[in-house]
Design a protein around this ligand. Structure first.
Ligand code: NAD
Ligand code: DAU
Length: 349
């Protein structure tokens, strides 16, 4: 029996990872530790919540004593740390909560792991899930590799970069066994509709304006979320301790082109005439410090651990749009209440 602590397991990527590991490893006990912020939603895990090898514990990663007790009670062997504040626009409005959760929360977890595992580091692993945004912004050409120097621009990416540095510092200073992965933009089911893809699918369905930042020319590399979860599984089990792995889809899209694909797909699936919703495109003030282009080179992961994305983007986006169209109750639940206030404050101009 292995006891694996997953932080942030009620969020978007975390819930896909929890589902994968619970179903794939019946001999592991998967402990999902999440404080359930606006982005954490236990409805994301309804299908596996009764499994014998799954447990949920409500806890803030910053609560050192409570986390320490969880480590002892569950005899934790491995941590996969995803809990974070994750939305760039929110980090521009409120950088403090990003430093608190992403930096102090990660540091607190590292300290707990170090104390709990002192003298028995073999067979233990602290896996930190990070982002390609720590590398900054690319021009027209080139890719982020594992050797690219850190150059974060937003409070979100600065907080993630800082947490990555703390993880490496614990590896180098104390010998805590760690591994880090830096992934590109994820898309798929259960993503909170503050991020581009679910936000725009929802707005197209409801005939609401589509707020395109700047000229829509920024480029992102999109990866299907279940492929990210598979990559984390592969790295957790086969990655080299102390190493970093980049995860990406080799799938770059200019925002405006991606938005047109979403419009086409939603219109077709709703039986609307092709292009009907193009009129919803509304160019708005650009995001402050908006990184132009992200592109990840995930060759190391392919060469060392034989991981590759399983889905072509066209298939992934079709599946994703269908999921949001079929799961209107989920969408209604997460967009009621505070979401309206968030939306008004974020898109008021
Ligand atoms: P998310 O915002 O959907 O989920 C974050 C989860 O963390 C939520 O369940 C939330 O309740 C929980 N959480 C937040 N603060 C917490 C705290 N103090 N204590 C305990 N739990 C807390 O995020 P996501 O998009 O699933 O991202 C997960 C991780 O992957 C993050 O670390 C993010 O930086 C990283 N990442 C995300 C992407 C992406 O495209 N979404 C890409 C690369 C890396
Ligand atoms: O690259 C990995 C990162 O991807 C993760 O670390 C972050 O947690 C995740 O949120 C994501 O960050 P982005 O800022 O790239 O994702 P977002 O969905 O917010 O925006 C994608 C692009 O779309 C970006 O260029 C900004 C633009 N955009 C976004 C929103 C929400 C718009 O034009 N309009 C919008 O309303």
């Amino acid at each position: 029996m292995k006891n694996i602590l997953i932080t942030g397991g009620a969020g978007f990527i975390g819930s896909h990872l929890v589902r994968l590991l619970v179903n794939k490893y019946p001999n592991y006990r998967i402990i999902n530790m999440d404080v359930l912020t606006y982005a954490g939603n236990l409805a994301n895990l309804k299908d596996i919540e009764d499994k014998e090898n799954y447990e949920f514990v409500k806890c803030d990663i910053c609560d050192f004593e409570k986390v320490q007790k969880i480590f002892l009670d569950y005899e934790i062997d491995g941590v996969i740390h995803l809990a974070a504040e994750s939305h760039v626009d929110r980090s521009i409005k409120d950088p403090f909560s990003f430093a608190q959760t992403n930096v102090m929360g990660t540091l607190s977890l590292l300290q707990v792991a170090k104390f709990a595992w002192e003298g028995q580091f073999e067979d233990k692993l602290f896996y930190h899930v990070s982002t390609d945004e720590v590398y900054g912004s690319l021009g027209e050409e080139g890719f982020f590799t594992e050797e690219t120097a850190y150059d974060p621009h937003s409070p979100y990416s600065a907080s993630k970069a800082s947490s990555d540095h703390f993880v490496r510092a614990f590896q180098d200073t104390f010998g805590l066994p760690t591994v880090i992965s830096n992934c590109s933009n994820n898309y798929g089911a259960y993503q909170f509709p503050e991020k581009l893809i679910p936000l725009f699918i929802n707005n197209i369905c409801k005939n609401k304006p589509l707020p395109v930042y700047g000229k829509g020319e920024n480029v992102r590399d999109w990866l299907f979320v279940e492929d990210h979860a598979r990559a984390i599984d592969v790295i957790f089990h086969g990655g080299k301790v102390g190493d970093t792995y980049n995860i990406g889809g080799f799938n770059e899209w200019k925002n405006i082109d991606l938005i047109k694909v979403m419009i086409k797909t939603v219109d077709r699936l709703l039986g609307r005439e092709e292009g009907t919703s193009e009129k919803l495109i509304t160019y708005v003030t650009d995001r402050a410090g908006h990184d132009l282009r992200y592109a990840i080179d995930s060759t190391k992961l392919k060469d060392e651990l034989a991981w590759e994305p399983s889905l072509q983007f066209e298939e992934g986006i079709e599946k994703t749009v269908k999921w949001y169209l079929e799961n209107t109750e989920w969408l209604e639940n997460v967009t009621s209440g505070d979401y309206q206030k968030y939306y008004e404050s974020m898109y008021k101009d």
